[in-house]
Unconditional design. Sequence first.
Length: 340
Amino acid sequence: MLTSVDSVGFSPILVSKLKQAGFENLGDMCKITKKMFKNELHRAGVKISDEDIDMIGRLLEEFSIPFGTQKPIKIRLQSNPKPFGVGYRIPTQGISSTFAFTVEDVLPRNVGDLIIVPREFTGQTGSDFDVDKIYLATKSFFAGKMESGDSLGGIRNNLLQTYIELLTNNKNFSNARASIDTITDKIKKEILPLLRNKTNTYASSMYELTPHFQEQRKKEFSTGKDGIGPFALSITNLALTQFANITFDYPEDNMGEYGFHLGDLDRSVGLGKELGGDDELIADWLSAMVNAHVDVAKDPYIFALNINKATYKMANFLFRAGKGHNTLLFLAQPALKEYA
């Protein structure tokens, strides 16, 4: 049996309105008709729209508690409600792209599937205002009770609860709240100024009509998105190599054939590390590459870094090996740009 208003999605604001009208529990609400319920609210001077009343009716019916029932269910206002679901931004690029949520209020029906998130959410997830989407996964209920045990709903609820505990644990605060654009900002402010031409001159008149300009724009718009797939897959594969602790080994005899002698240097490169040599998350560097390709129409700086089809494999390998910003400085060498 449902014991709290949070179980049916009532917000603290709505609960305060119901209590003001004298409805202390769901049983008082449900044992009268919808029309009588509406009249009681208006008689108590509570301003509530017909859409809100319809929403209450729909929520009750979803849990098999329609108006007219005699179930004695109490309303209890929680001052610190616990999250009951997980949301995730598409594309999901890290822990900060996901969140455990509580519901403050329910919007009217005419707004459709709109979700209003906190102001800080945009910066945390690196969202912008084009095709980004937010999906929600909430816990499963059956006949007014949260499913548990070995049922399909129970297994899903256990999985969601695991995600919620991970996202809300104070030990994961920095990873769960830090913006995924941190590395992107580092690339733009620290690395790009070293690689781009620093001469600030005005473009000649009608430069946009020249074949060179048109060819460059065509190249950027037609090939700029190609890198999303390779780096997005690398982020997923990184979790697998971390789980299996995969390494890349350099046997001395093989290196000697090419005139290299490692001596006392480490002959094994770990591909399952979490942090690189710059103490930055390796996954953040890979996410920054996804960001760069996604936003290529806005700022095609990915071409200044020499990240393209000819260098995808080497870039992924060096990032996964923990080389961080040195990867970009290495690939931006004139000889490698000419090769690519």
